[in-house]
Design a protein around this ligand. Structure first.
Ligand SMILES: Nc1ncnc2c1ncn2[C@@H]1O[C@H](COP(=O)(O)OP(=O)(O)O)[C@@H](O)[C@H]1O
Ligand SMILES: [Mg+2]
Length: 422
């Protein structure tokens, strides 16, 4: 079976690793991979667009495409492959363009949640034409104010402001000055919710679903969850405070209505659903949907699944998830991310990474790395995920922090407090 994974970060490194463990005969293909992925895949170094994608699909007789990042999904990669007679037999793990709107448009997601009574922050959406109404609405709200650019903005489209004048300025920047381009042509203003966030991942085959282990990620750059938002500086799974009662509420109030909505609206959806949740005094609310696995959570969620990963993907394709029993590792998995100095603002890349071969107690997943003169060098803001597991949470953390000491590169930055709040 010829499998192409779209995407080249740590999440995709996990996908490839899980596929390598499969008992099936598999050949793996990648596009613009990082240093680790390039070692065990046939790699294409090309501009990613659908035209180039089709050439690879056809030339390599690809049987299955697993889509990692959101942008190709939002751009309609599923529909592109399925509507072309040359490629329509290829299995695509990832939702259709319409399904991807759950992530691609926060306004669409809000409408969806309201249609199926899924608990989420109260909100209203505005455009340039209703700018005056947006100002009036904002003035009736109390701080903190939450403003969200409707479209994809690489994690930078949400602004939380504690002061009305500042919030009004952000509103103007988004709606009038188009500070996020097309993505901020619509803005969602929503009520601020207070609580701890948690990550829920669901496999969906169009009919049946399976919930993957819960995770918690650490989004801010600074220790104690302060400073700028990042793609994620660490993650843990399982999450101690998510007990059976909370899981039940999430299942009945959120996951089931989400699945019901997707089926009722006849949305083509075979893939992963990420539900970003917040626990408000014991009640779960949805912060957002993503239509794919998340990074850095994938690094602690998927390695806990002991099933053959290809069998899971084929169960999704064959709408057979109900007959799949997930075999979950009950150990604690933790992930500490090593980043480049300056990240999430500007940073320099190209620094040699050494010591990776001395790490034995953790699994290293590459994010922004590449090969230069046969050496592994930094090539992104987030560089490496250091993942460890143990039946003891603290031991798992200690393993990752010990492994980190062995890895060196200029400007290596990481949070020293991953998991310490738990
Ligand atoms: N209604 C809300 N109340 C409190 N915090 C929020 C709310 N909406 C978003 N946030 C915070 O902002 C972050 C980013 O928002 P999110 O909707 O997940 O957008 P994105 O991931 O696309 O940037 C969330 O992880 C959360 O910390
Ligand atoms: Mg988010």
């Amino acid at each position: 079976m010829n499998i192409l994974v779209i995407g080249s970060g740590a999440r995709e490194h996990v996908f490839f690793n899980q596929l390598l463990k499969s008992n099936a005969q598999i050949s793996l293909f990648s596009i613009n991979p990082n240093a680790a992925i390039s070692k065990f895949t046939k790699s294409y170094y090309i501009e990613f667009n659908f035209y180039n994608l089709k050439k690879i699909l056809v030339n390599e007789l690809i049987n299955l495409v697993l889509v990692g990042p959101e942008i190709p999904l939002i751009d309609g990669v599923y529909d592109f492959i399925k509507s072309d007679p040359d490629t329509h037999d290829i299995i695509v793990i990832g939702p259709s363009k319409r399904g991807s709107m759950l992530e691609g448009s926060k306004d669409f997601a809000k409408g969806f949640m309201s249609r199926y009574n899924i608990p989420t922050a109260r909100s209203k959406s505005f455009t340039k034409d209703t700018y005056d109404k947006a100002i009036d609405y904002l003035k009736t709200q109390s701080p903190p104010f939450v403003l969200k650019a409707d479209g994809p903005a690489a994690g930078k489209g949400v602004v939380i402001s504690h002061n009305l004048n500042n919030a009004l300025a952000v509103l103007k920047k988004m709606l009038i000055d188009n500070s996020f381009g097309k993505s901020s042509e619509k803005v969602v203003i929503e009520e601020f919710l207070t609580g701890i966030e948690m990550s829920c991942f669901v496999l969906f085959d169009g009919k049946n679903y399976k919930t993957l282990p819960y995770a918690k990620d650490y989004k801010r750059i600074g220790e104690g969850d302060v400073g700028l938002n990042t793609g994620g500086m660490g993650s843990v799974s399982p999450v101690s405070f998510i007990d059976i009662e909370l899981k039940k509420k999430i299942d009945t109030q959120i996951i089931r209505p989400t699945i019901k909505g997707l089926i009722e609206e006849k949305i083509d959806y075979k893939g992963f659903i990420f539900i970003g949740l917040i626990n408000v005094n014991g009640d779960p609310f949805v912060i957002e949907y993503n239509v794919r696995m998340g990074d850095p959570e994938t690094q602690v969620v998927l390695p806990r699944i002991k099933n053959d990963f290809l069998e899971i993907l084929l169960a999704i394709e064959n709408q057979d998830l109900d007959n799949l029993d997930l075999d979950v590792d009950n150990n604690h998995f933790v992930n500490v991310v090593l980043a480049s100095e300056g990240y999430p603002d500007s940073y320099t890349k190209g620094f040699e990474i050494n010591g990776l071969e001395r790490v034995h107690d953790s699994i290293i997943y590459h994010a922004g790395t590449t090969l230069k003169d046969n050496k592994v060098v930094t090539n992104g803001g987030r560089v490496i995920s250091v993942v460890s597991s143990s039946d003891d949470f603290k031991k798992a953390l200690l393993s990752s922090y010990n492994s980190i000491k062995k890895i060196g590169f200029k400007g290596k930055k990481y949070r020293r407090d991953i998991g310490f709040d738990l």
